[in-house]
Design a protein around this ligand. Sequence first.
Ligand SMILES: [Zn+2]
Length: 540
Amino acid sequence: MIKVRLFCLLLAGLSPGCLTTSAVENPKLVVTIIVDQMRYDYLERSPDKFANEGFRLLTERGAFMTFARYNYVPTVTGPGHASYLSGSPPSVHGIIGNEWFDKRTGKDLYCCADTNVVAVGTTNKSAMSPRNFIGGTVADQMRLAFDSKVISVSMKDRGAIMPAGKKPKGCFWFETKSGNFITSTYYMTNLPAWVNEFNERKLPANYLGKTWERVLDSSVYQFADAEPGEGKLHGETNSVFNHKINTSTNGFDTVYPTPFGDEILTQFAIAAIDAEELGQGPQPDLLCISYSALDGIGHTFGPYSHEVQDETFRLDRQLEILFHHLDEKVGLANVDIVLTADHGIAPTPEFAKQMGLDAQRWDSGKFMTNLLTKLEQQFGAGKYFATMKIPYGDIFLNHDVLREKGLTTSMIAPVVREFALNTGLFMNCFTREQLLEGRAPGQIGRFYINGYNVERGADLMLVTKPFALAGTNKTGTTHGSPYAYDTRVPILFFGRQFKAGRYSDEFYITDIAATLCAALRIEEPPGSIGKPCLRILADQ
Ligand SMILES: [Zn+2]
């Protein structure tokens, strides 16, 4: 049993009333947890079925921001991880997608790609760093203020790299091919001994061939096990429990998008806490953890599936293991915990349709081909687009061709907008000028303005209608839109710095850094646009 409440009562009892505005002593360790693809409603569906000290430690004994949202597009992993500890939207931090068309090189650029560095702990050449991220995060501010030790871990490279700032002590992510945690020469030239030792344990191998069954009785789960639109795990023939973790030709890529991926990461985070002696020095340290399994499961099965419900229960139990370890090693009374998600997820269009909603799948490749034909009819033959890919509705025009033909974006834009709106798929098409001048209307317009980076942004941004999913897959689902199912996420603050309670205040992802920095009484990251929620701070 964790004795936080008792500690707080003692603290309150010992503090004379006149000292209520004095600083609450800083924690020894701040742990920030970001869950890849977790909607707010996941924490409200069956709260009584959670373990006593997993999510409920935070929802019942922490400050639960119940009306928190992303305030930009695209709502995807790279930008989400770059925003939550920087307090910046993509307009500032420059991470405008997981990857984007790089106008300088004419090629796609992955958000963590960096040709100046090489990978460490693997023979694989692909190397990663936070070089494309502009600014800094709470991790950097904690180093400046306290000389904090910063460690960041995730199953995904971008999940570990983006929150950790520019100079963490360690930043490690899972390589599916080898099943090892690796890093890059941006951070260090050799893996620390404890990471090598962890890799030697070969935990991922234990999960190949394992069965994934429901952790609770099937009567607890809402909806049917096989709803329309659900996909399949690698090597399986149906979408129902029990699932088997099959072997793959690509190492452990069948393990990581299952609850077992989170189990591996919890053990790795525990190894980091112990070996790096986090929270044992005179300064507050920072541990950033990004859990990735829900994202893989949600993409395949959708937010209303038994699989996503089960993974939520299983992640809850992993959090309880982690929190118990923190209590044992550091004492939970000395730990601040922040938990959120990097985005939500749309229902599969097939499930949404079954529920009477106007959902559809659309083929963005076909759309672009038809749009090109339309432009050629109007302006003559030509390669009008710099790329035919529009993962976020982002259209990059070929400005060399436009110049040759004496055309401008303002001549092309009305044709694109009219063509797009005629398809019935879209509700708007913003131009670069509109976004840079702040002329995109309404909340959706504001989300596009916040997501638009002047150096890296596209020429036109298409806004799809709700429940319209791009892609040629017949099953599964995705995220990225400005709509509530993608933008609304839980945000929780736990620790002696925060007043427990449920708060339905207007609160955005970019407010986390401001609130945490106010609690720690330190400078905000340079690009932070957020506001602290004073109501939840214990010393305000
Ligand atoms: Zn995803």
